[in-house]
Write a protein that binds this ligand. Structure first.
Ligand code: 0XW
Ligand code: MG
Length: 369
């Protein structure tokens, strides 16, 4: 099974019902990049990468497509057999840019899964469950309205909520955490996500002012060094998200004991294959983590769910997919959907998603015949 052709597509994913608001940025539409790999034996595999704008992390859509342009010509004619060899080839074409390589890694696994007639979760070590928990992300908003949405989402079955804070005054941040807690109590686990926006001082104040509320504090400050100084000064467990820029950052955070858990993004970590390493490192230290991504359609959603199914359920913090914030699906027959707060793990070979033919229009780039 050799790579014959690579098509690159762009998909605009507008945010449903208004702006998605975080401390780091406001976004109204996301620019997703898809790769379709066709092989000489007639199979097609899909991958996707979709930074949530150019500010959330050091990734952007144009960068993804430029990186893909460097890598793609060097993959033509290669056998889809050893994922490690393909990863090595990508590294020989381009240093870094794991978020672009992640789209290829997904497509390779999709093809291999189809060839071997197994779902991608099997290639990642094997599923431990047939459904994974989702979590709902509450954007930075007015405290009362946010608490109302929180209660609704928990009623609909979500076992976990993420409350976005920061980028405004401390009083409102403290109010939103209290009001969400009053609205949902122990019915859902809560993460409070600062998206790098708090100073160490405000993080300490927020921690003290919300002392009795059992939440985990996600990426409160900008750098790993700032977050490290919170150790022993805050009582809430601290999780890293944006700072886990690659496998080495995760290894560093674990060995320094900076993080009590993680919000992992599959493309930021360089793809599903690289995620299996950090998944296993977390298992060694009993660290909980999510398996999600910054944004994306059904290809990324499927990738996250396959991976999450391989994580020990007691440490699985949940999967965030963009479904609640975007219209429609790439594959109407086998969409990735949240039902009562959980997502079924696709059982079809490969990723289990086949985008409707022609739905992304003409490719923005084609490599090979
Ligand atoms: C909730 N997310 C997974 C979606 C947005 O991209 C931000 C992200 C996060 O946890 O920071
Ligand atoms: Mg986060």
């Amino acid at each position: 099974m050799r790579i014959d052709q690579i098509n690159v597509y762009r998909a605009q994913l507008p945010v449903k019902d208004g702006t998605y608001r975080m401390a780091s940025d406001d976004v109204d539409a996301l620019d997703s990049t898809l790769v379709e790999i066709a092989t000489d034996d007639g199979l097609t595999g899909w991958g996707e990468t979709c930074p949530i704008g150019p500010v959330y992390q050091p990734h952007h859509a144009l960068g993804a497509r430029a990186a893909i342009a460097e890598i793609a010509p060097g993959l033509l004619g290669l056998e889809i057999a050893s994922i490690r060899l393909l990863a090595k080839r990508m590294d020989q074409r381009l240093n870094g840019h794991g978020y672009a390589k992640a789209a290829f890694d997904m497509a390779f696994l999709d093809l291999l899964g189809q060839r071997l007639a197994v779902p991608v979760s099997t290639l990642l070590g094997g599923a431990l469950t047939d459904r994974v928990p989702a979590y709902y992300s509450l954007i930075v908003g007015p405290p009362d309205e946010t608490a109302r949405i929180a209660a609704d989402k928990v009623k609909s079955g979500y076992p976990r909520l993420q409350v976005k804070i920061s980028g405004r005054n401390l009083e409102e941040d403290v109010a939103i955490v209290h009001k969400v807690w009053e609205a949902v109590g122990y019915k859902a686990r809560i993460a409070v996500d600062g998206n790098r926006g708090l100073t160490v001082a405000s993080a300490i104040h927020l921690d003290r002012l919300c002392q009795a509320i059992p939440f985990v504090f996600e990426q409160p400050c900008n750098t790993m060094e700032e977050v490290a100084t919170l150790k022993g000064r805050v009582t809430h467990p601290v999780y890293l998200d944006e700072n886990t820029e690659d496998q080495n950052a995760v290894l560093r955070a674990i060995s320094l004991g900076i993080a009590d858990g993680f919000g992992f993004k599959v493309t930021r970590l360089g793809g599903l294959t690289k995620m299996t390493t950090v998944r296993d490192l977390c298992a060694i230290r009993s660290l909980p983590h999510s398996c999600d991504d910054a944004w994306g359609g059904d290809i990324i959603a499927a990738a996250c769910v396959h991976l999450a199914a391989t994580v020990e359920p007691r440490r699985m913090e949940g999967v965030w997919i963009a479904q609640e914030y975007i219209e429609g699906h790439f594959d109407a027959k086998n969409p990735i959907i949240i039902e009562k707060g959980y997502i079924a793990v696709p059982q079809l070979p490969g990723l289990g998603i086949k985008p409707e033919p022609g739905m992304f229009g003409e490719p923005v780039a084609t490599y090979g015949s």
